[in-house]
Write a new protein. Structure first.
Length: 250
């Protein structure tokens, strides 16, 4: 792997007397999937929220492309080239698939102060939205209203919206949550494709998908890193088996 595109150094977040994330250091390079796994309450989503700017760290550093971005607002983090999805699908259900992606692509215009031209007349924005939909396999569904889509398709829309912002890093928080076997296979295949030209930090409980996708796994327990390494190391780790995976899963 090349040098990390995004990395953290002793990143921590405290809520009053609770240390939700304590001293997490990791990195992800272009073309790499770095999975962050652990039991519920391990601090995984809090960690992702700090990377995206939704939460400011209490201590530690976040470095993207050699620049410290700790504590920047979410919109600034996004504009730098870091896109994300959420645990709960974050889309506009009454809008069409294309309209959702168009809104995301429109956020990359130099200024939002465009009052004299209809949003759907910006050809470059529409082209960017359609390109994102093509990447996730939804080009034939652009006129569908999102509320009419399956759960898996809504996840695809959310990923397409992230892609429409032209990120280099994708932060994906449980993209397979609530999916059946066939939808999980489809999204896993999509993420494998996206990993070729993105750096991906993946939070996920589906261990089949994690071990199929990840180049590196970091296991968090009680806000701290229990172990980090390649899939074979994590699968064989007795400490990880006892704390999270369980012998029956390895």
């Amino acid at each position: 792997m090349t040098e990390p595109l995004l990395q953290t150094h002793e990143l921590s977040r405290r809520f009053g007397g609770l240390m939700a994330v304590g001293g997490v250091s990791l990195g992800v390079a272009m073309g790499e999937v770095h999975a962050v796994i652990g039991p519920n309450g391990a601090g995984k989503s809090t960690f992702i929220n700090m990377l995206s700017g939704d939460l400011a760290p209490s201590a530690g550093r976040i470095v993207f492309e050699g620049r410290e971005i700790s504590g920047l607002a979410p919109e600034r983090v996004s504009r730098l080239g870091i896109g994300r999805s959420y645990q709960k699908t974050n889309v506009f259900p009454t809008f069409t698939v294309l309209e959702n992606c168009r809104l995301a692509a429109q956020s990359r215009l130099p200024s939002s102060m465009r009052f004299f031209k209809a949003a759907d007349k910006y050809e470059a924005v529409i082209a960017s939205a359609r390109d994102a939909l093509s990447k996730v396999g939804l080009q034939s569904r652009e006129r569908a209203v999102v509320s009419e889509l399956s759960h898996g398709e809504r996840r695809q829309v959310e990923i397409a919206m992230a892609l429409a912002t032209r990120p280099r890093v994708l932060l994906l928080d449980e993209p397979l949550a609530g999916m059946g076997a066939e939808e999980s296979k489809r999204i896993t295949a999509l993420l494998r494709t996206l990993a070729t030209d993105h750096a991906i930090i993946l939070v996920e409980h589906d261990m089949d998908a994690v071990f199929a996708l990840a180049h590196t796994l970091t296991v968090m327990v009680n806000g701290k890193v229990l172990e980090s390494g390649p899939p074979a190391q994590i699968r064989a780790s007795r400490a990880v088996q006892e704390a999270y995976l369980g012998v029956e899963n390895v």
